[in-house]
Design a protein around this ligand. Sequence first.
Ligand code: GUN
Ligand code: ZN
Length: 432
Amino acid sequence: MTARHVVRGRLLSFENGPDRPWYVEDGFLLIEDGVIAARGDLVDMPAADVPVTRYDGDLVMAGLIDTHIHYPQTQVIASYGAQLLDWLQRYTFVEEQRFADPAHAAAVAGFFLEELFRNGTTTAAVYCTVHANSVDAFFEASSARNSRMIAGKVMMDRGAPDGLLDTAERGHRESAAAIARWHGRGRQRYAVTPRFAPTSSEPQLEAAGDLLRAYPDCYLQTHLSENRDEIRAVAGLFPWSANYTQVYERFGLLGPRSIFGHCIHLSAAERRLLAESGSIAAFCPTSNLFIGSGLFDRRAMMDAGVTVSLATDVGGGTSYSMLRTAAEAYKILQLQGQNLPSFDAFHMMTAGNALALGLQDEIGTLEVGTAADLTVLRVGATAAMAHRMARVENLEQELFVLMTMGDDRAVRATWVAGVPVYTAEPQPQASA
Ligand code: GUN
Ligand code: ZN
């Protein structure tokens, strides 16, 4: 039997890029078996005996996409007073050791996914820990929810407590086993995940490159050029390399499925390497401010032709909300005399991030044939937002207020593959 459902609301989709949003003021989506089967103006809705969920006045958009986040850091977020290398040693490496315990990993994975849904995020590129069981825990939790997730076992064989270290051989073996088990199973996809150059030996980076060559449709995710002391450490560990990016290039880790978190302090030559390889730079504004890392230069990256995505980087980042993330992105760009129009921001959170991940045929828009992964946003979620909204004159302004003032309180509902996985109070009215 076909599962059919109609969702009504204000439909907004950035399938035509940031400048020409597809928008229907009073629209419908017909969902069949988890996929958008038809869409349009309510007056054109085919008559059918299908349950309808009404989100009158709310924006129905594609589910938000977060291109860099750490699920084992839900109890690291908001750790005081340290910059990157100290923050890792003092807080992160302590907490991540708990994930040797499968029960802990399973409990946190469930919490994490529910928290993403509460924030309207339906897809993320996720770091697990070095423990193979942390990957199973995450993908089991995501599979149970049928969510489109990308994740991988962190590979790290130096520069951390013994309990967090694998070896080049073990990192390769356990990653290959996780790929065989999870990559392409349902909606799950694997990312080869060497944490960053300071915690991987050359043989381990070589092993990561071998994995990518053996499994070319897997992703790669790592960190790049976040913090000045980190960059100095990389220069000391890889003295043969002209710069940080070239370390990853040397081991075959650049490419259109490679996501590099942060990319703050890059030279023009490094930006060229990223652009020529089609690599993705994940802009993580709340993290960059909170850890005191620096200001991401979006204009220089775009001028160089680098693909830029947007990400929370929880627990270095301070919010699971992509709306909050966009608000901080705007401020970081303001500090550099740059801007982030609201259409660009909402495009990045949806179609832009989907395009960066090569998943535009499945997620990121409301186009017919794509998955019914949806977020429903309440533009007047708080009294202060409703009060401010009374002065907005067009959609662009409305979205700017939404991204500047909005957070999880603005998420009315989240759907994954045609199923509501989160609904805020008050419940929407369902009628036959
Ligand atoms: N660099 C290496 N590991 C990490 C991490 O967990 N968070 C951040 N923000 N940067 C990193
Ligand atoms: Zn990170």
